[in-house]
Design a protein around this ligand. Structure first.
Ligand SMILES: Nc1nc2c(ncn2[C@@H]2O[C@H](COP(=O)(O)OP(=O)(O)OP(=O)(O)O)[C@@H](O)[C@H]2O)c(=O)[nH]1
Ligand SMILES: O=C([O-])CC(=O)C(=O)O
Ligand SMILES: [Mn+2]
Length: 635
């Protein structure tokens, strides 16, 4: 039986939908009759439940975008950036600025399908579970009549190139036209999706800002939301997501984290593939050989920057396939093929400039939306990191609406402010980025913000050791979620906030990828964020990260040697090309492995995984952890 029932209700088709509670609901746009029957049923049920004043079936056209943008500008939700073509700025309610992990749940009958059999003392950070009956009460108290007086937008979208075998279809219902605009940038919204869908099932995505009319709470910045009642529920068995109360990023663009990671990881486990929080890039060396790399770093730890890296070594070419999510599947030749299921970038704005990431900059010079950044008096965006381009006397309006000038204290933009831009506008977008067959991955990279102890790069000894290295990922917390202050947190596989099922089973699934006949990628760990005793980064990062990639590629083609260490294979001293930056780079400091640090780290990691994943921790991972600890003790 379904956990979250959608009983059949009667309805009629032409220019209105007739539902038991509301009666006739007008169809403002689109042809309800032409929709696949399953989609009609889905819409009718939620119209009856959420009682919107009208139904708007989106077609993804330019005309539609224009209509919605005009409305949002009249209302004041969007402001034009006059300096650019078709670019807009949006300021949210300052209480709605990041993902809310503490209110993000997976709903399954069996608790242990979602979370591991952890040991006493576990903090339970590996996903939140809620019982279906309990969730039903929570959801009914929120979603019933939640769209009263508001329009309901119906968004048919494809994650992945429309029609690819690796792609999946979703339908999102939302009462936010800002969310509609961003969904159009981040996913492929098109009526073609419905043609391909036919009678098949789709991922059901239901989103509401939680502000029915008449407003019951004060609306700030023309951004109706309901921060006190935010709740996200995922129903993996029904391939369904419900999100209430927030309009920001991963909380509301349901194709992204909710579908492409939490729900898709369940589909991937059932179908034998991987849905991961990873960038995908193609790198071509000066000899013309191309390698594809996928890399998993926690939120705000450098995926977008690496995916669009501007190489500082001559002769190298980098091309971006995706900057946040990878769906990967072994094909019949044993190659791991990856697609980027997204259509756009939702990137961290602060720190992005023409020096650090010129390719991201070029991607959002037109047709982009900027959320919670500042605006210059000349109609240009502004955020921390763009000071060099800002004339001294130019007035800036901060994300909170205050006047600000260069040199004054305070932040002009929220640390998790973001740009939303079409991936096709990236000057180095790969010509295969929409290839339905995906690209063949030969290296997988893990990493995080590790201020101390962790070397610039090391290579895992084997697939199994690499899976352990991924499970041991930690990072300093960032502004991408609601955490305050900086602390080092575990973020296994950079998936902790996005896990769709029991993390122990997820590790088993990764281990099960090692089958005869498969070309397994080599696995690496990198750390761009090690600092010296003065807190200064030891590695210049950004475009210079190509030097580390150069070494990885030499490993892939068998040209570079390694020095084994207790935690993995390190590059031979001097094997990473630091020509031109010799004065900035101190090899021994970058690669040192302080024994005390690693003894403590390995013990802490083993205990974390033993306690949190408990009996579900695969024996192979336990073995890898114990062996690693022994190697460190013998250092
Ligand atoms: N020091 C240093 N900082 C970096 C480097 N790469 C990225 N950053 C900074 O890290 C922050 C986040 O980088 P992004 O590339 O946006 O991170 P992301 O992993 O794509 O983030 P999400 O979109 O949240 O998943 C930005 O402020 C960057 O300036 C690097 O190589 N060195
Ligand atoms: O999901 C979001 O809001 C943004 C994002 O990419 C992340 O946090 O990794
Ligand atoms: Mn991300």
């Amino acid at each position: 039986m379904a956990l979250d029932q959608e009983p059949d209700i009667p309805f009629y088709e032409v220019h209105e939908v007739v539902v038991p509670h509301l009666g006739r609901v007008p169809i403002t746009k689109g042809d309800f009759h032409a929709l696949p029957k399953k989609v009609q049923k889905f819409i009718a049920f939620y119209v009856d439940y959420m009682t919107p004043r009208g139904i708007y079936i989106c077609d993804g056209s330019e005309h539609e975008a224009h209509e919605v943008i005009t409305k949002l500008m009249e209302r004041g939700t969007l402001e034009r950036l006059e300096a650019l073509e078709n670019c807009y700025i949006c300021r949210t309610d300052p209480a709605d600025v990041a993902r809310v992990e503490s209110k993000t749940f997976i709903v399954t009958k069996d608790k242990y399908q979602t979370i591991p059999h952890s040991k006493p003392g576990a903090k339970g950070g590996m996903g939140l579970w809620m019982d279906p009956d309990e969730m039903k009460i929570e959801m009914d108290s929120r979603f019933k009549d939640c769209m009263a007086g508001r329009m309901m937008y119906v968004i048919p979208f494809s994650m992945g190139p429309i029609g690819s075998d690796l792609s999946k279809i979703g339908i999102q219902l939302t009462d936010s036209n800002y969310v509609l605009l961003c969904m159009r940038l981040m996913t492929r919204v098109s009526p073609k999706v419905l043609d391909i869908l036919g009678d098949q099932d789709f991922v059901k995505c239901v989103h509401s800002m939680g502000c029915p009319r008449p407003w019951r709470r004060k609306v700030i910045n023309h951004w109706p939301c309901n921060p006190e009642k935010v709740l996200l529920a995922h129903f993996p068995e029904e391939r369904k997501v419900k999100s209430y109360g927030s309009g920001y990023g991963g909380n509301s663009l349901l194709g992204k984290k909710c579908f492409a990671l939490r729900i898709a990881s369940n589909i991937a486990r059932d179908e034998g593939w991987l849905a991961e929080h990873m960038l995908i890039m193609g790198v071509t060396n000066p000899k013309g050989q191309e390698f594809y790399i996928a890399a998993a770093f926690p939120s705000a730890c450098g995926k977008t920057n690496m995916a669009m890296l501007n190489p500082s070594l001559p002769g190298w070419k980098v091309r971006c396939v995706g900057d946040d999510i990878a769906w990967m599947k072994f094909n019949e030749k044993g190659e791991l093929r990856a697609i980027n299921p997204e259509y756009g970038f939702f990137g961290v704005a602060p720190g992005t400039n023409w020096k650090t990431n010129p390719n991201a900059m070029a991607s959002f010079q037109k047709n982009a939306i900027f959320t919670n950044v500042a605006k210059r008096a000349d109609g240009m965006y502004f955020w921390e990191g763009l000071e060099d381009e800002l004339p001294d006397d130019m007035e800036v309006t901060t994300w909170l609406g205050q006047k600000w000038k260069k040199g004054q204290p305070g932040l002009t933009s929220h640390p998790n402010s973001r740009f939303t831009a079409p991936a096709s506008q990236c000057p180095i977008i790969h010509d295969k980025w929409e290839d339905p067959a995906g690209v063949p991955i030969s290296a997988i990279v893990f990493g995080g913000r590790r201020p101390t102890g962790v070397p610039l790069v090391f290579e895992a000894f084997s697939w199994e050791h690499g899976v352990m290295v991924g499970a041991a990922v930690k990072s300093e917390s960032t502004a991408a979620a609601e955490f305050k202050g900086k602390s080092i947190m575990h973020d296994p596989m950079a998936m902790r906030p996005f896990m769709g099922y029991n993390f122990g089973h997820y590790l088993d699934h990764w281990l099960s990828m090692n089958k005869p006949g498969r070309k397994l990628p080599k696995i690496y760990h990198v750390n761009w964020f090690r600092v010296n005793e003065k807190g200064k980064f030891l590695w210049p990062g950004y475009g210079d990260n190509i030097r580390v990639i150069d070494w990885m590629c030499k490993r892939l083609s068998g040209e570079a040697k390694v020095v084994p260490s207790p935690i993995g294979n390190l590059p031979e001293k001097g094997a990473i090309d630091i020509s031109g930056i010799e004065d900035q780079v101190h090899w021994d400091e970058l690669f040192s492995l302080p024994k005390d640090y690693w003894l403590e780290d390995a013990k802490e990691t083993r205990q974390f995984l033993e306690v949190e994943v408990g009996d579900d921790l695969p024996a192979e991972i336990e073995k890898q952890l114990v062996e690693q600890e022994k190697r460190i003790a013998a250092m």
